[in-house]
Design a protein around this ligand. Sequence first.
Ligand SMILES: Cc1cc2nc3c(=O)[nH]c(=O)nc-3n(C[C@H](O)[C@H](O)[C@H](O)COP(=O)(O)OP(=O)(O)OC[C@H]3O[C@@H](n4cnc5c(N)ncnc54)[C@H](O)[C@@H]3O)c2cc1C
Length: 440
Amino acid sequence: MIAPENSQTPKILIIGGGASGLNLATRLGKTFGKKKSAEITLVDENLSHMWKPSLHEFAAGTKGGDEEISFLEHSNRNHYSFRLGRFSGVDVANKEVILDPVNDRNEIPLAPMRRLPFDYLVIAIGSRSNDFGCNGVADHCLFLDTPKQAKILQTEILNLCLRLQTGALGTDTSQVKICIIGGGATGVELAAELKEATEQLARHGLHKLLDPESVHISLIEASPKLVGHLSEEISQKVAARLQDLNIDLRLSSRVCEVTDSAVFFEDGIDIDAHLVIWAAGIKAPPLLAQLSVLETGSLGRLKLKPTLQTTAHDMIFVMGDCAEYIDPSTGSPLPPRAQVAAQQAVFLERQFRRLFARKSLLQFTYIDRGSLVALSNSSAVGALMGKAFGTFTIEGWLARRAYRYLHFAHEASVQGISRATLRSLMGHAMKRIRPRLKLH
Ligand SMILES: Cc1cc2nc3c(=O)[nH]c(=O)nc-3n(C[C@H](O)[C@H](O)[C@H](O)COP(=O)(O)OP(=O)(O)OC[C@H]3O[C@@H](n4cnc5c(N)ncnc54)[C@H](O)[C@@H]3O)c2cc1C
């Protein structure tokens, strides 16, 4: 039995303040932290939270950084504690996590190496890009896993366009060539957003000096189909929209090597590229495979029971992208999606309520409500699912509204409905007074 001893205030430690971790910390703070019936602590290696599904918009410069949520401020309002630190291990015998130091950009420590105690641990550290061992990817590609990487990407793209405009890219070069490898939702969303952003850049940012067609974007996918998890009909609609945007689609094209100036394919073809972005799949953070005390499965994700407890230790729970939850209805692991992360956070709050009430734990059931892919600022396409209306395809402006609602629902769960509504209204107002694109 893992219920807490009566005499002590149980300590719940959540590692990772992303889509699932921040949601759970907020809920547990309100449920237990406020009454002081449990101590809730959130650890993250960053000081702020950013909604990961918006990273492609930050990378394209169509969104600014004002949507970040400060953990220090948020924890004060929501009755939990925040600790800055990089999770690197678990000492199960002493019920402590080990945190590696976090330094500032001058390599001066902000938080030293230390240990934090727990009675219950929830691991929610998300995922990373998976290069599948492809030659040159680690050295020559940019990735879109973190806000820092999104910022680097935004700067690199702006710099390339400036170089083209000023002639610094070479007098014989008339186009900036960007390759995105991976035709899943991330690659598709990034390609569409970048295309729209670079056209805006040409028209408004680098006024009249850059032809809208001077940024050439290729989207490369190894399989014959884009957004493989969605239906053939939706995949074709996505492909048609990307072709309308003049994106060079290369399906059934398996990359075997990336260098500093080209992408090479298995069939012997190669294409030149000034910038290559790798978005071809994910894996769990490699440190999880090094934790000998926990069991890992495919893609290095932590194995768990239907209760979301790890297979190795009942007091350690896992959720989100780094969890390998095998869905009993399909026999396959759940996909790495914000929808799964949110449902698991809601479920774990209920689970802790039951645990502290000494009731038996429940089994998690995932409800797939469909999937939407954003195709630039004004459009999206996807399928929605519901008991009452079955599955139906949705596209265009309405789909884009539904896609935006996903972000709003996340904001509402971590900020409350009134704050989320205010932030959304302010976001609309700011769009009117700010440049359409971030140009620095
Ligand atoms: C560009 C892009 C677009 C996407 N679009 C969609 C979409 O449209 N719909 C959808 O459902 N999903 C989408 N996703 C996937 C979705 O973002 C993830 O499934 C979701 O964020 C997973 O939530 P999580 O809590 O597991 O991890 P994350 O949200 O990634 O959070 C992980 C947290 O852990 C912290 N962390 C990591 N390592 C450590 C460590 N060692 N120590 C301390 N802290 C650590 C990080 O700083 C971060 O705060 C998209 C992803 C990307 C990259």
